[in-house]
Design a protein around this ligand. Structure first.
Ligand SMILES: NC(=O)c1ccc[n+]([C@@H]2O[C@H](COP(=O)([O-])OP(=O)(O)OC[C@H]3O[C@@H](n4cnc5c(N)ncnc54)[C@H](OP(=O)(O)O)[C@@H]3O)[C@@H](O)[C@H]2O)c1
Length: 244
């Protein structure tokens, strides 16, 4: 099978690339850093049998990235699924933020994903099957004073995936959304958290195992299924003091 991974060069995307390549699938890996991506593809091609192709694309609302991306994707007539472990957060993300940061956060965590799904939807409908897998964040469970725009974009993404699943309910196109708690990836290097971090390799295995299931949304690590209720229903007078 052939899969497209958007945000493939680091963390969860890297683990997913490894797991899918090890299972013999062909992959098209997308990230912004061309050098990282080329090394990763060369390494996977050496170790596994599938065809692994790099596509460097920096998703940036200031550039016409989608036009260049469309050109590179025009040969993808046999795609079986897309994974979106794409995401970007910023230490400066608070309730007041310069417009360039707002645009970059919304584009890389939400709009780019809608644009790429829109690009491939007719392809999947014509084939009558496919998988579209998104990754949200527990940061979007409840508004708080850091990662404000990131959390809002992830909440929008969650809503979009819900709509996508509803729109495709009578097809064989699987739409899945992983609501992620903390995962031990480079973006969290050196940070300390209230709850343990999940292993991206285990997350990747779970994503692969679930690929043909129709479940909509799940949490990883699983214990966030319980914690989400605590976060959502904690009385305001306590919640306002927390920094989760
Ligand atoms: N790690 C966590 O604790 C955690 C928690 C909740 C949710 N999540 C979500 O889970 C997903 C995976 O997270 P992760 O920790 O594995 O992330 P990560 O290590 O930061 O990797 C993000 C990937 O996205 C690519 N990317 C980011 N911005 C891009 C842009 N503008 N254009 C093109 N590529 C871009 C990066 O490539 P380049 O470096 O080349 O740009 C990289 O391959 C993300 O959606 C994240 O928001 C993660």
């Amino acid at each position: 099978m052939k899969f497209l991974i958007i945000g493939a060069s680091s963390g969860l995307g890297r683990s997913l690339s490894e797991a899918l390549a090890a299972s013999g699938h062909d992959l098209v890996l997308v990230a912004s850093d061309e050098r990282d991506l080329s090394v990763q593809c060369a390494d996977l091609s050496l170790r596994y049998h599938g065809m692994i192709v790099p596509v460097a694309c920096h998703i940036d609302p200031r550039n016409q990235w989608l036009d260049a991306f469309k050109d590179r994707m025009s040969m993808m007539t046999d795609l079986d699924g897309i994974f979106f472990p794409l995401g970007w957060s910023s230490d400066r993300d608070s309730v007041a933020l310069d417009s360039e940061h707002v645009d970059a956060l919304v584009e890389s965590n939400f709009s780019a994903i809608v644009k790429i799904v829109s690009l491939f939807l007719n392809h999947f409908l014509a084939r009558g099957r496919g998988s579209i897998v998104g990754f949200g964040s527990v940061a979007s469970l409840r508004g708080r004073s850091n990662n404000v725009v990131y959390a809002a974009a992830k909440r929008a993404l969650s809503s979009y995936f819900e709509s996508l699943r509803h729109a495709l309910a009578n097809t064989q196109i699987r739409v899945q959304f992983y609501q992620l708690g903390y995962v031990d990836t480079p973006r969290n290097f050196g940070k300390r958290f209230l709850f343990p971090q999940g292993d991206p390799k285990i997350a990747a295995k779970r994503v692969m195992k679930n690929l043909h299931r129709d479940f909509g949304r799940v949490f990883f690590p699983r214990f966030w299924f319980i914690i989400q209720y605590v976060v959502r229903w904690l009385p305001w007078r306590i919640f306002k003091r927390l920094n989760f």
